[in-house]
Design a protein around this ligand. Structure first.
Ligand SMILES: Nc1ncnc2c1ncn2[C@@H]1O[C@H](COP(=O)(O)OP(=O)(O)OP(=O)(O)O)[C@@H](O)[C@H]1O
Length: 608
């Protein structure tokens, strides 16, 4: 496995106060904790994500009724930074996150770039992970087992077992879960579940991680731990983006970058530390001892008057970025024409990686010298030409090359291969099959119920059509028996999948979206895993009804009857999956009741 010894994940620094003397002077010693490092993760490029003039529209009701949720917002999310997307409820935070992750694609206009190149969604999804609000975990696995599944699916098959185990151990230790490695995920606390969700996705070291409300449902201490962890991940060079409602002042300070939305527009983009100063410069004074996070939300909600327009203009709907150590941008940029503005923005994308201020200083002279009207494009070109003519690879070219490399890696995917998934479909099938069989082994309740239903209905139908098989005058009864038989087998097979699959869907969506496995592998695995059970239940049922209804004791006839019953139940199971995937549990239950009503109705008709 390709490992990056330098991709260190610096752990949070623990401070340990030691009180030496209760009566006399208090002596406090602060002992920094050992820095935790993740040394076994695959090497990944840093990823900067930028979006320009992003608009998202949805159609409501009639065709003409179009609602604009995001209104031409722009922004830039850098590697090595922890970014918070904030805003009042309904401002469009989740929508923006869903678009940036690639979870929503239709109805979107504008451009999204990865390291300066147009985003290739398929490759981007290999580079990123999306951790949704409700921890979508399988409750029937231990922490260790869940991690083993993740490593088997997310690391290339060539990775040795020992390497995988080291990755698991290292991540669990770093995330403080090693003590709980034998605990069932359903028994973990909310904070531990959140950490496990992160641990599962960290396995392939995605350089860009999205979190939807990572602190929801956590107490203040767990919130702090969670954000500390995200900050630590960001410090390791990753781009960490999360939506958050209203963090406490303590949590707010931990974010490097803030992107605030109000009514689908950007009202602030920049470092959290400069928010109050920036708002002050726009005559919006944050009261002393007031949480800046609450203040910007209150301002966005209109509690201090209608300032949204002013803020949006000042920040140029996300095109301006308030960076530490840099002067505030002009509130109304005065570009010569649209092209100049685009060049200026693109220049910002390329230049302000780490030390933009230095670079800006360097070429400011050239810009002014070459074109008194501030045409940045000429300035940049001239600066680059000067650097090249000096015989040195200039900073521009160096950075371009570095970006280019990253962009190439971004296009190829995580491990430099253009493949969609880290493992082959056969491996995916095998891992998901083993996991599904483990679930069945852990929870026999459903199996017992299915067995009981097949035996009970077998005896009921047997009693209803008792001894009809040999009687030539009861051909119609035989026909009824066959029809009822088919309905029952269809009903039981469909019901199981219709009712259980919607519960599984959120985990499937998360895992498939995060490129753990293909839908084909998943479908094959869960279908194959149920075949033996369905076959056994079907055989038991068929033996009961065949004997009770006195069908001809000929092996060939029995085999034909059994085969058709097996086929009916397998087909019904697939239909159940389709219905379960397409509809929610409520609709599924309604469909189930409809099928049951048809059976009862048929019986009544038959009796009449
Ligand atoms: N498919 C849709 N059809 C109609 N309106 C939608 C759709 N999706 C989102 N919206 C609307 O877009 C707005 C933004 O929704 P979004 O979920 O992004 O808000 P949010 O900022 O995440 O809110 P919250 O903090 O309450 O979760 C809301 O007014 C919502 O009703």
């Amino acid at each position: 496995m390709k490992v990056d010894k330098e991709s260190a994940l610096a752990g949070p620094v623990d401070t340990k106060p030691i009180i030496s003397d209760r009566k006399g002077s208090l002596k406090v010693t602060i002992t920094p904790a050992q820095h935790k490092t993740l040394t076994h993760l695959p090497k990944r490029p840093p990823v900067d994500l930028a979006f320009t003039d992003l608009t998202y529209k949805v159609q409501e009701g009639r065709k003409s009724n179009v609602k604009t949720i995001l209104k031409s917002v722009s922004g830039r999310l850098r590697s090595g930074e922890l970014t918070a997307i904030m805003g009042p409820s309904g401002a469009g935070k989740s929508t923006l996150l869903n678009i940036l992750t690639g979870y929503k694609t239709s109805g979107m206009e504008g451009s999204i770039t990865v390291n300066g190149m147009e985003r290739n969604l398929s490759s981007f999804r290999k580079l990123s992970c999306y951790i949704m609000q409700d921890n979508q975990l399988h409750g029937n696995l231990t922490v260790e087992e869940a991690m083993a599944v993740a490593t088997s699916l997310k690391l290339p098959s060539v990775t040795s077992r020992a390497d995988k185990e080291e990755v698991i151990q290292e991540i669990l230790e770093t995330l403080g879960l090693s003590e709980h490695h034998k605990t069932m995920t359903s028994n973990l606390s909310g904070g531990q579940k959140k950490r496990l969700s992160i641990a599962l996705e960290l396995v392939n070291n995605p350089p860009i991680m999205f979190f939807d409300e990572p602190t929801s449902g956590l107490d203040s201490s767990s919130c702090f731990q969670c954000i500390s962890l995200l900050k630590t991940l960001a410090r390791g060079g990753r781009t960490i983006i999360c939506t958050i409602h209203q963090p406490s002042a303590r949590l707010f300070e931990m974010f490097d970058h803030l992107y605030t939305l109000a009514d689908g527009q950007c009202v602030y983009q920049g470092s959290t530390g400069r928010l109050v100063e920036w708002l002050g410069s726009l005559n919006l004074q944050c009261p002393s001892y007031h949480n800046p996070a609450s203040f910007i939300i209150e301002v966005s909600c209109g509690e201090y008057g209608d300032n949204t327009g002013k803020l949006v203009r000042a920040i140029n709907n996300g095109k301006n970025d308030i960076r530490n150590g840099q002067p505030f941008p002009e509130t109304t940029p005065n570009y010569n024409n649209k092209k100049d503005m685009e060049v200026s923005l693109n220049a910002g994308k390329e230049w302000d990686k780490n030390d933009l201020s230095q670079v800006q200083e360097k070429f400011a002279d050239v810009v002014n010298g070459s074109n008194g009207h501030g045409n940045l494009q000429n300035g940049i070109l001239q600066y680059a030409a000067n650097e090249v003519s000096k015989g040195e690879p200039g900073l521009v070219l160096q950075m371009e090359t570095e970006k280019q490399d990253n962009a190439e890696v971004a296009l190829l995917g995580t491990d430099g291969s253009p493949r969609r998934y880290a493992t082959s479909e056969l491996t995916q099938f095998w891992v998901v099959l083993k996991r599904t069989l483990l679930f069945s082994r852990r929870d026999w309740t459903l199996m017992y119920l299915r067995l009981f239903a097949h035996i009970l209905v077998g005896f009921l139908i047997g009693a209803l059509y008792y001894d009809i098989g040999d009687d030539g005058s009861k051909v119609l009864s035989n026909l009824g028996f066959l029809f009822f038989n088919m309905l029952f087998l269809m009903y039981t097979s469909m019901t199981i999948t219709i009712l259980s699959f919607p519960l599984e869907m959120p985990v499937l969506v998360k895992e498939h979206f995060n490129r753990w496995y293909s839908l084909r592998s998943y479908y094959l695995a869960i279908t194959v895993s149920d075949i033996p059970f369905q076959a056994i239940f079907c055989v038991i049922y068929v033996v009961i009804v065949y004997l009770l209804t006195s069908q001809p004791p000929v092996w060939f006839r029995f085999a034909m009857f059994l085969s058709s019953c097996l086929l009916i139940s397998f087909v019904a199971q697939s239909v159940g999956l389709v219905v379960g995937a397409a509809m929610n549990v409520q609709v599924c239950i309604d469909i189930d009741i409809c099928v049951l009503s048809i059976i009862v109705f048929h019986r009544l008709l038959h009796r009449l």
